[in-house]
Design a protein around this ligand. Structure first.
Ligand code: ADP
Ligand code: MN
Ligand code: MN
Ligand code: MN
Length: 350
């Protein structure tokens, strides 16, 4: 196609909308922000900027922050040639902003790339409407947990239309979603991303989260990653992180080495697995207490589960069940690579 003027004469689009998305500096849990840039057809995606003083990202006097595109995909909300442009945040000298956890992961992923680590992350979340979980009656509680997980029927499942619209949006954007399911509490759901490399799974998870908020917005419903949205006898929301290296995918000893290495650095992992993790990892509701580390085959009450199939095959992957729904996947995957891949290297299991 020629210049924009010619395109206009031909009656086709002369521009497209690029939705620049980034992670802000809200503490203790960062939030997503986005704004739209109109770009001429065929134009490269430029660096862009924003006012860091409105996002808790202003470093000192200087409030300008830089957006650098790192993951671009079709925009399934606007359709056409419009794009979602997921960005990392830089300072004006183009060095990583202190809130940029992706940059730190990038260095670690490169250092251990030869072990070919991959991840599948199970993102649990909860819909809220009128200040209570979607499906909770006003002024009370629904029937206790037991039939909601993977349920069917209007008395068991709440928000499926939104969930289906989100799944379709993710697939149209080209995200590698591996599945969805209704969760243990009414209004609680899960989608899984991966398996992919650490950077890819984390970039795509953040974009899938943005799409979740954006799709639910049209239904006047809020999605939250709150790790314990309802106190008491109701399941929390996690982000089980499934992990393997090439050695783990081909042998059993590396699986045990990885599980043991996570015991040694358990506190660093807990500290990086999402705010208020102690409220969720109580030892009840299919969790292990945050203060104790354990692993076991098929054990959903352990910190780390080895799937039964992995024990039979004597190879496969492990599931770290500790990360919260509100975790930063750049931090979680970095910690797992640092801990497990260092131990595997030391053991000569690479
Ligand atoms: P659960 O039984 O715990 O609910 P799910 O089916 O929800 O498990 O999620 C398992 C995740 O693990 C999926 O995202 C899947 O793609 C991922 N996965 C499968 N094999 C591997 C592997 N070898 N390494 C890392 N992740 C994997
Ligand atoms: Mn799952
Ligand atoms: Mn789940
Ligand atoms: Mn799981």
């Amino acid at each position: 196609m020629g210049s924009g003027r010619h395109a206009a004469e031909e009656g086709t689009n002369v521009s497209y909308k690029a939705e620049y998305i980034w992670i802000d500096g809200t503490e203790p849990t960062a939030r997503l922000r986005s704004k739209t840039k109109i770009l001429p057809d065929g134009a490269e995606l430029p660096l862009w900027g924003f006012d860091g003083s409105s996002t808790n990202q202003a470093a000192g006097e200087r409030s300008d922050c830089v957006l650098k595109p790192v993951f671009v995909c079709p925009d399934p909300i606007r359709g056409g040639d419009h794009k979602l442009v997921f960005c990392e945040v830089l300072l004006t000298d183009l060095s990583p902003h202190p809130t940029n956890t992706r940059a730190r992961l990038s260095a670690v992923a490169e250092r251990f790339a030869d072990q070919k680590p991959i991840f599948g992350i199970e993102q649990e979340y909860t819909f809220f409407k009128d200040g209570r979980p979607y499906g909770f009656p006003s002024g009370g509680f629904p029937a206790p947990q037991g039939f909601y997980y993977c349920g069917v029927g209007a008395d068991e499942v709440f928000g499926r239309d939104i969930v289906e619209a989100h799944l379709d949006a993710c697939l149209a954007a080209g995200l590698e979603i591996s599945g969805i399911n209704a969760e243990v509490m009414p209004g609680q759901w899960e989608f899984q991303v991966g398996p992919l490399s650490a950077l890819d799974v984390a970039d795509q998870l953040w974009v899938a989260r943005w799409l979740l908020y954006r799709v639910a917005e049209d239904y006047d419903v809020a999605a939250t990653l709150d790790p314990k949205p309802v106190k008491g006898d109701w399941n929390g929301a996690g982000a089980h992180t499934n992990f393997s290296t090439e050695a783990m995918r081909t042998g059993w000893d590396p699986i045990i080495t990885a599980c043991e290495s996570l015991r040694e650095r358990r506190q660093e992992h807990i500290d990086g697995y999402g705010a208020e993790i102690e409220h969720r990892l109580t030892g009840l509701h299919e969790t292990a207490p945050w203060s104790e580390y354990s692993y076991g085959v098929s054990d959903r009450g352990a910190s780390v589960r080895i799937p039964w199939q992995a024990e039979i095959d004597k190879r496969g992957y492990i599931e770290d069940r500790r990360p919260n729904a509100n975790c930063d996947p750049y931090v979680v995957t970095r910690l797992i690579i640092e801990t497990c891949c260092t131990a595997l290297e030391k053991a000569g299991q690479v």
